[in-house]
Design a binder for this molecule. Structure first.
Ligand SMILES: Nc1c(NC[C@H](O)[C@H](O)[C@H](O)CO)[nH]c(=O)[nH]c1=O
Ligand SMILES: CC(=O)[C@@H](O)COP(=O)(O)O
Length: 161
């Protein structure tokens, strides 16, 4: 199902465990910061709405999405129950978009395989800024909200496994 056919901010609160007591690390890319700040706000609000205390949310900023890999790896070491990696990659004139997107995708996948703290992929990979706006609090909702809900569910799975 394409994002255009669902709202990224919608979720059934009855299916979400109370997240009070869980600690979350959020690593935020500074590239396209108007977009990443919107994603962070969506993630932060969703965590708080589901019981997470402010002091249990750690935020670090990194220069760009490629640095989300290292930042998330170090965040995994901070005694958190899940990490949310937030980035916005927008197609430019060259193939750099492809390499950044593939690199951060594979890097975050590797962190999930190699380490025991789940890292949630909240990286928009858009053709243009309008698509990014629509997915960070616009007409398609907020991928940050979706990522926060995924983080809570994965923290609960990790606790019970
Ligand atoms: N073009 C975008 C970038 N590029 C920068 C890289 O992520 C990285 O910081 C640089 O190559 C140094 O290692 N990053 C984004 O997050 N979004 C972009 O659209
Ligand atoms: C994703 C990128 O690195 C890209 O936005 C950079 O733009 P360009 O390909 O025009 O150098």
């Amino acid at each position: 199902m394409a994002t255009a056919n669902k709202n990224l901010s919608e979720y059934d609160k009855n299916t979400i465990p109370n997240a009070k007591g869980f600690r979350f690390g959020i690593v935020v890319s500074e590239w396209n910061d108007t977009i990443t700040e919107g994603l962070f706000e969506g993630a932060y609000q969703a965590l708080v709405e589901n019981g997470v205390d402010d002091e249990d949310i750690i935020r670090w900023d990194v220069p760009g999405s490629f640095e989300l890999i290292y930042g998330s790896k170090k965040m995994q070491e901070q005694f958190v129950d899940a990490v949310i990696a937030i980035g916005s990659v927008i197609q430019g004139e060259t193939k750099h978009f492809d390499f950044v997107c593939e690199g951060v995708t594979q890097g975050i996948k590797d962190l999930n395989v190699l380490n025991d703290v789940p890292v949630i992929f909240c990286v928009l990979t858009d053709n243009n800024i309008q698509q990014s706006i629509e997915r960070s609090g616009g007409k398609h909702g907020n991928k940050g909200t979706e990522a926060a809900i995924a983080a809570i569910k994965m923290a609960e799975l990790r606790k019970n496994s």
